[in-house]
Design a protein around this ligand. Structure first.
Ligand code: GLY
Length: 346
């Protein structure tokens, strides 16, 4: 049954997830998107609430775990299995201080009711790790997806459901739809001034497997390397290495220092990567909020926001789609509360 018309502004993972969910629910949906690539195109695609967690981020952990459950229970329906590139993460530490950090995270996760099993034999789990790396823990429910394949697959599914494409809008009044969802990442404040969303830059590298190289790891490796963090996310043809994190306006030029640190850290964790082809280097702009929690909910009678997902756009896409559908249908998700006009988890 048709519910009304919905304009989704933004064609990244959040916009497409919302559009697909609304189309499945009977809404007539247009997605307003540009030809430019955004943060969904650069992302590593880790779905990693445990291994990205840190004390103080309890609400983000709960939200991420709720969304990870949706990834495991229906969000991938209608998409090819090949979008999933890993079904586990291994979090490791390089030096003693890194191991102490890992212990802090493990104790925090246990206190939140999500204990992880520490190991001092990380190389027995992942033999490609550098000699000397011993400490780690597994996050067995975490996934990784190929971000670009995922966006393409979501767009294809949207098309099969009748979602239409439209050009970007400069003003919300440029669309006549009954309801509008703002989901255009760092550009959201240009449509709704005052939204507390700012760009946070991250360099990300793509290394491609070559004949004769050691194989691509089968799981996400997340490492602390002398106080810095690096992650290695498998792809069918190589590894995504990420990511730096710093504020530099809208600059998307990969900087030498960031790239060098990522390469050094990646090879310190998995020396065999030194033989891979250096295939690509890019920088994305994460849409970050002051407290790191996304803004998902109603801004006025016609307008909703699905933005500010920071480091967790892919992870939080399913929860965001459900939350927006709840708002559109007048049945907000029970775990949501309203902060500053937009929905947040309790
Ligand atoms: N979620 C990983 C990143 O933002 O770098």
């Amino acid at each position: 049954m048709a519910k009304g018309s919905l304009a989704v502004i933004g064609g990244g993972v959040i916009g497409l997830s919302v559009a697909r969910r609304a189309a499945l629910d009977g809404w007539v949906v247009h997605v307003h998107r540009s030809d430019e690539t955004g943060s969904s195109w650069v992302a590593g695609g880790m779905l990693a609430p445990h291994s990205e967690g840190w004390p103080g981020e309890e609400r983000l952990l709960r939200l991420g775990l709720a969304s990870l459950r949706l990834w495991h229970s229906g969000f991938l329906d209608g998409l090819p299995d090949s979008v999933v590139t890993a079904r586990e993460s291994l979090v490791v530490a390089v030096d003693r201080a890194d191991a102490a950090d890992l212990k802090t995270v493990g104790e925090w996760l246990a206190a939140q009711g999500h204990p992880v099993e520490p190991t001092t034999a990380a190389r027995e789990i992942e033999p490609l790790l550098a000699q000397g790396i011993r400490h780690g823990f597994r996050a067995e429910t975490e996934l990784a997806v190929d971000n670009r394949a995922m966006v393409d697959a979501l767009a294809g599914h949207c098309e099969r459901l009748g979602v239409r494409w439209a050009p970007p809008v400069a003003e919300l009044t440029d669309t006549e739809a009954d309801a509008v969802v703002i989901a255009n990442g760092i550009d959201a404040p240009s449509l709704w001034p005052g939204l507390p969303i700012r760009p946070v830059k991250g360099e990300v590298l793509r290394l491609r497997w070559r004949r004769g190289c050691m194989p691509v790891p089968q799981r996400v490796i997340r490492a602390r390397v002398h106080g810095r963090q690096v992650y290695l996310v498998p792809r069918h043809d190589g590894v995504v290495v990420g990511a730096t994190q710093y504020e530099h306006g809208r600059d998307t030029a990969p900087a030498v220092t960031g790239v060098r640190e990522l390469l050094d850290d990646a090879c310190a964790v998995m020396p065999a990567l030194g033989e891979y082809e250096f295939a690509e280097c890019a920088a994305g702009l994460r849409p970050m909020t002051p407290d790191g929690l996304p803004l998902v909910g109603r801004l006025d009678e016609r307008t909703l926001i699905a933005g500010g997902h920071g480091r967790n756009g892919f992870l939080l896409a399913p929860w965001t789609a459900e939350a927006i559908l709840g708002e559109l249908n007048g049945v907000p998700l029970p775990e949501a509360d309203v902060v500053g006009g937009a929905v947040r988890v309790r």
